[in-house]
Write a protein that binds this ligand. Structure first.
Ligand code: HEM
Length: 335
C-alpha cells in the first residue's frame, strides 16, 4: 500500500516535471505548420513596414518581463479587477505596437492547424506566438537566430502594477538597469546584449528629450539633428519619432539588425539615456564599457550573446501543463 502510494506520488512528480518543460516539438502533431505560418505572418508584416520587426521584438520583451512569458501584455479586457490591463502601463501606453499583427498570425495559425479550428479548441498559445515572432523578426532584419522551445500557456490575468514596476524606464543608470535585469536572472553581458535590440526601431521624443537637452555625452551633430524634430519646450513634439540606432552611421544601416548600436554608443550617439550609460556616464561601469567595446568590434560576439539572452528571456516563468489557458483571441481571457 505504502509503496503504491509512493509510486503515485513519484508519477505525479514526474508528470509535473515533464509538463513544466517546454519543448521544440510541442506543436509537431497538433499544428505542424505553426512555425512556418508565424514566419510568413512576420515576413508579410515586415515587408509592409520594417519597423514592425522592432515592435514585435519589444512586445515579447514587455510580455516576459511582467509575470513571465504568458501573453499577459496582450490582454485588453479589464475584467472585474479593472486594473489588469498592462497595455496602459507607463512603458506601454501610446508606445507598444504589433497587437494587430499578432491577432492576424493567431488567426492564420489556428486556421492552418490540423484539427478543424472552432472557437472551442484553440491550439497555439499567444505566448508561444510572441516568442517565435520575436525570433523571426530579428532574423527578418538580418540578425541572429535561435531555437524557441514551445508549450507556454497564456495567463488568465495581467498586472498593470507589475508592468509599472518591472519594465525599465529610459532614464535609468547602469545600476538601475542592472537591478532590473539581475532580478530576472540575467547577467551583465545579457543586459548589454539585450539592449542591443535598440539596433532597430524607433523612440518618441518624450523618451529622449531630457537626454537631448541636459546631457553632455552626446555627439553635437547628432543632437542638433534630433532637436529639429524634438523641441525642448511644449508638448507638440512629444510623439515625434527618431530611430533608436542612428541612420547616419557609416556605412548606413537603416533598419538592419547589426552591431551598429554599439558603434554608435562609442560615438556618443546613443538615443536613450539608458543606452548611452552603457558606454559612458558619470556612473559608467568599466564592465559594461568593456562589453560594448567587444560587441562594437565583434558582431558575431554580439549575435551569440543576444541569441543566448533571448533564449533566457523566452523561458522566464512560463505557464505550462495545466496552468493558464490557450486563449482563442489573444486580447481576451474569455474563450
Ligand atoms: C535596457 C533597458 C531598456 C530600456 C530602458 C528600454 C526603453 C525603451 C524605450 C523608452 C523605447 C522607445 C519607446 C517610445 O518612445 O515609444 C524602446 C523601444 C524599443 N525597445 Fe527597448 N528598452 C530596454 C530594453 C530592451 C530590450 C531588452 C529589448 C528587446 C530585447 C528592447 C527592444 C526595443 C525595441 C525593438 C524598440 C523599438 C520598438 C518600435 O520601434 O516599435 N528594449 N525601448
Amino acid at each position: 500500500m505504502a509503496s503504491s502510494s509512493l509510486s503515485v506520488v513519484l508519477l505525479l512528480c514526474l508528470a509535473g516535471a515533464v509538463s513544466a518543460q517546454l519543448s521544440l516539438t510541442y506543436y509537431d502533431k497538433s499544428c505542424p505548420s505553426a512555425l512556418t505560418k508565424i514566419q510568413a505572418g512576420v515576413a508579410a508584416a515586415v515587408s509592409s513596414d520594417r519597423r514592425m520587426a522592432a515592435s514585435l521584438l519589444r512586445l515579447h520583451f514587455h510580455d516576459c518581463f511582467v509575470q513571465g512569458c504568458d501573453a499577459s501584455v496582450l490582454l485588453n479586457d479589464t475584467g472585474a479587477d479593472g486594473v489588469a490591463n498592462e497595455r496602459n502601463a507607463f512603458g506601454n501606453v501610446g508606445s507598444l505596437l504589433g497587437f494587430d499583427v499578432i491577432d492576424q498570425i493567431k488567426n492564420d495559425v489556428e486556421s492552418a492547424c490540423k484539427k478543424p479550428y472552432s472557437s472551442n479548441n484553440p491550439v497555439i498559445s499567444c505566448a508561444d506566438i510572441l516568442a517565435v515572432a520575436a525570433r523571426d523578426s530579428v532574423v527578418a532584419l538580418g540578425g541572429p537566430t535561435w531555437e524557441v522551445k514551445l508549450g507556454r500557456k497564456d495567463s488568465t490575468n495581467a498586472s498593470m502594477a507589475l508592468a509599472n514596476r518591472d519594465l525599465p524606464p529610459p532614464f535609468l543608470d547602469v545600476a538601475g538597469l542592472n537591478a532590473s535585469f539581475v532580478g530576472k536572472g540575467f547577467s551583465f553581458t545579457d543586459m548589454v546584449a539585450l539592449s542591443g535590440a535598440h539596433t532597430i526601431g524607433k523612440a518618441q521624443c518624450q523618451s529622449f528629450r531630457s537626454r537631448l537637452y541636459n546631457e553632455g555625452n552626446i555627439n553635437a551633430t547628432f543632437a542638433t539633428k534630433l532637436m529639429a524634430n524634438c523641441p525642448q519646450s511644449g508638448s507638440g513634439g512629444d510623439t515625434n519619432l527618431a530611430p533608436l540606432d542612428d541612420d547616419t552611421a557609416t556605412p548606413p544601416n537603416p533598419d538592419m539588425f547589426d552591431n551598429s548600436y554599439f558603434l554608435n554608443l562609442r560615438a556618443e550617439k546613443g538615443l536613450l539615456h539608458s543606452d548611452q550609460v552603457l558606454f559612458n556616464a558619470t556612473v559608467a561601469s568599466g564592465a559594461t564599457e568593456d562589453i560594448v567595446n567587444n560587441f562594437a568590434s565583434n558582431q558575431a560576439a554580439f549575435f551569440n550573446a543576444f541569441a543566448s539572452a533571448m533564449v533566457k528571456m523566452a523561458n522566464l516563468s512560463p505557464l505550462t501543463g495545466t496552468q493558464g489557458m490557450v486563449r482563442r483571441v489573444c486580447s481576451s481571457r474569455t474563450n
